[in-house]
Design a protein around this ligand. Structure first.
Ligand SMILES: Cc1cc2nc3c(=O)[nH]c(=O)nc-3n(C[C@H](O)[C@H](O)[C@H](O)COP(=O)(O)OP(=O)(O)OC[C@H]3O[C@@H](n4cnc5c(N)ncnc54)[C@H](O)[C@@H]3O)c2cc1C
Length: 475
């Protein structure tokens, strides 16, 4: 694990911390963990960066969240909200000490209106569990990050999580009607609405979604659902090279088709998956996993047409899965991929840049160049329809890390040059904060800082995230 230095200017003083912990202990009893061994699992996330919390609140209800925000604000103690801890930019890592609010116990379905398709859930519900509940009633909640077995809704909101299906259905933000919102000091309000439409006042809900725990803590979340598509069909197309695969994607767009996802895997990713035991044609250097949904007729028509377009673009093979079992087989390799890639080297960085779709090939070529120039393993996969590329740099020796850092910086610069954005799904967190000004003007960053201080005047909400860091210290 990498230990990251904290910001001394926002770390709490020892007497303030002691006073805060003693007040929290009075209100929470055994739901306040202060033993360092017990706190350890709450101090990291998928980045492997290790932070340092003085205490963890195991929130059991809204009152626990409110108390934590009230007490910590009074004593200027930093708060880091935590859901599933699967974040890829260090959002849930407490880098300034203070208190972590763990929300995994708030995993209930609070209310489900099965007639109108709205559901209220606790911020700790695991995404897979939410899917099970809504799909049993014929509804559909489309956002599908690949961490769905362990990420939780509070984290999904804070990162505006998305996944393959976002191409057709959009990210988390598009499904959030509102949420219970707790500000530093303990003020509570419901941000948003419970109706499907509404334009009253500023859209604070959209601002809070994607705010990475830096503005407020979420309690119960109200989501809108859509009818579950009658049928889904999955196509797997293999190509000899990226150019042919890109031509197929272009052809799908030109034909005005809207599959629910178009996933892309590059040559090295396919090799690692073969090494992990997946039988994939050795002549294939690029794979597209394409999914369509709708009623049976629509699915068949779309799948047929997409299959033809892939063939016309030079696919080596196209297979279509029509049963759930066949679909699961096609997807299982894609879902295992992150683990297969992780096994390849001791260290891995996974970036999730986005470029206009037409620039995807340029960026993919550039990633290969970066690997060669800096002598590190570089591979990519992603959501071809969205132009969202997951670029992975892999390395074993610590001496390679400085080259990985340079390659990462070059990747971000190129992404911006191509008209893209630094993150499509994972947020900025700690790991990309230094690059914020590559994409956003000083005026925009300053406006966001002012917005943050309107929500959080003392700067206790997840300090050190999103905005470039001002200093160094030690946890
Ligand atoms: C194998 C794997 C695959 C992944 N695939 C995808 C993918 O396809 N798409 C994608 O978008 N992401 C993906 N991710 C990243 C990650 O799963 C998402 O960012 C997810 O939304 C994080 O949810 P979490 O519950 O783990 O949140 P955490 O990591 O616990 O927290 C994330 C952020 O949310 C904040 N937060 C948590 N709870 C609250 C709350 N109650 N109030 C306010 N702020 C809160 C935290 O402070 C932090 O800033 C993947 C990660 C892994 C490990």
């Amino acid at each position: 694990m990498t230990k990251i230095p904290s910001l001394p200017e926002s770390s709490p003083s020892r007497p303030s911390l002691d006073r805060a912990l003693s007040e929290l202990h009075r209100g929470l009893g055994s739901r306040l963990l202060t033993n360092q061994d017990s706190c350890l699992p709450y101090q990291t996330d998928d980045t492997g960066i290790l932070g340092c919390a003085s205490a963890v609140v195991l929130a059991r209800d809204a009152q626990d969240i409110r108390l934590c925000l009230e007490v910590c604000d009074k004593h200027s103690v930093p708060i880091t909200s935590r859901a599933g801890g699967t974040g890829r930019t260090g959002g849930a890592v407490p880098i300034n000490g203070g208190v972590v609010i763990a929300t995994h116990l708030l995993d209930q379905v609070v209310d489900f209106d099965t007639k109108s398709g709205t559901i209220v859930v606790g911020p700790g519900i695991v995404l897979n569990d939410l899917w099970r509940v809504v799909e049993a009633e014929g509804w559909f909640y489309p956002p599908d990050p690949n961490s769905s077995d362990s990420c939780r809704l509070g984290g999904n909101l804070a990162e505006n999580a998305a996944g393959p299906r976002a191409f057709k259905y959009g990210p988390t933000r598009d499904y959030v009607l509102g949420m219970d919102t707790y500000l530093p000091g303990g003020t509570h309000f419901y941000s948003g609405r419970r109706t499907r439409k509404g334009v009253t006042g500023y859209d604070t809900t959209s601002l809070l979604v994607g705010s990475e725990g830096t503005l407020a803590a979420f309690g119960d979340i109200t989501l809108r659902l859509i009818p579950r598509p009658e049928q889904v069909m999955t196509l797997l197309a293999l190509f000899a090279n990226v150019t042919a695969a890109a031509a197929a994607v272009d052809a799908i767009f030109e034909a005005r088709l809207l599959p629910r996802c178009i996933e892309f895997l590059d040559e090295l990713t396919l090799k690692l998956m073969r090494d992990a035991g997946n039988a994939i044609d050795v002549g294939a250097n690029c794979l597209l996993l394409i999914e369509v949904d709708g009623d049976e007729d629509a699915c068949l028509k779309q799948a047929e047409r997409i299959g033809e377009l892939c063939d016309d673009s030079g696919a080596r093979s196209v297979v279509v899965a029509q049963t759930e079992n066949q679909r699961a087989q096609l997807w299982s390799a894609r879902r295992q991929m992150s683990h297969a890639v992780r096994k390849f080297a001791k260290n891995k960085i996974s970036e999730d840049v986005v470029v206009p779709r037409q620039q995807l090939i340029t960026l993919i070529d550039y990633v290969r160049e970066l690997g060669e120039t800096h002598q590190i393993t570089a591979l990519c996969y992603g959501h071809a329809g969205d132009g969202n590329l997951h670029v992975n740099f892999l390395w074993d020796d610590d001496e390679q890390k400085s080259r990985v850092d340079v390659a990462t910086a070059r990747l971000f610069e190129k992404t911006i040059l191509l008209g893209g954005t630094l993150s499509g799904e994972h947020g900025i967190g700690i790991t990309k904060a230094a690059y914020l000004s590559l994409e956003q003007s000083a005026a925009q960053v300053e406006l966001q800082r002012r917005l943050k201080s309107a929500f959080d005047p003392r700067g206790i909400m997840n300090p050190g995230k999103i905005f470039p860091r001002a200093g160094h210290g030690a946890c």
